[in-house]
Write a protein of this length. Structure first.
Length: 209
């Protein structure tokens, strides 16, 4: 069974509409990608384990809750995934950040790793992989393969938009990985772009289109 969580919160959907609009400028696009990542992080971390702790308030003793168990790491897929990092760190400032760089070989069309830098204790952490677009799923599968080779057991994938083809690819290769996205669009076009999508997320984040 495909483990896909489509997040339909009104704030997310409102901001997604702004991202889709081709007239949205670079500054606003970049800011909203970060805001969307913050909102999605709230949902993706909903099931983190907590433990009860006692604290002294100015008035008396209170029992509160703190996150327990494994700590979090986030791993953006370069370069577009970088646009989501600050939004996650807003909520989880103690999270460690790794980076995975992949490009598509023009002949084989397969993703090729060109950069990988992960926290030394990555195997002891829960990991959220960040990439605004889940299109063919090739880069996501390659990133998950790579991170699993480093001993990570609990991985989530966070995308702003996903295509059915990409969801199927990730779920067929890594059925244990949960996907979080704000929308599942219609399809991919002949160039591998999500339709209707929002264009090239990396170009729109960094102003290189």
């Amino acid at each position: 069974m495909e483990k896909v969580n489509v997040l339909t919160h009104p704030l997310l959907q409102h901001k997604l509409t702004i991202l889709r609009d081709e007239t949205t400028g670079v500054k606003e696009f970049r800011e909203i990608v970060s805001e969307v990542a913050t909102l999605m992080c709230y949902e993706a971390t909903r099931n983190l384990p907590v433990e009860a702790i006692e604290v002294q308030t100015p008035v008396g003793q209170a029992v509160g809750y703190a996150i327990a168990g494994k700590k979090l790491a986030i791993v953006p897929i370069l370069r577009a995934g970088l646009g989501m990092v600050d939004g996650i760190l807003t909520l989880v400032p103690s999270a460690k950040v790794g980076h995975v760089g992949l490009f598509r070989d023009p002949e084989t069309l397969q993703p090729v790793e060109y950069y990988c830098k992960l926290p030394q204790d990555i195997a002891e952490r829960d990991v959220i992989i960040l990439d605004p677009m889940l299109a063919t799923g090739g880069s996501a599968v390659a990133a998950i393969d790579l991170i699993k080779r480093h001993g990570v057991k609990n991985i989530k994938l966070m995308n702003i938009l996903a295509a059915p083809e990409g969801i199927h690819e990730v779920c067929s290769k890594h059925p244990d990985v949960e996907i979080y996205c704000a929308a599942v669009d219609e399809k991919l076009n002949d160039h591998g772009y999500i339709v209707p999508g929002l264009g090239d997320a990396g170009d729109r984040i960094f102003g290189t289109k």
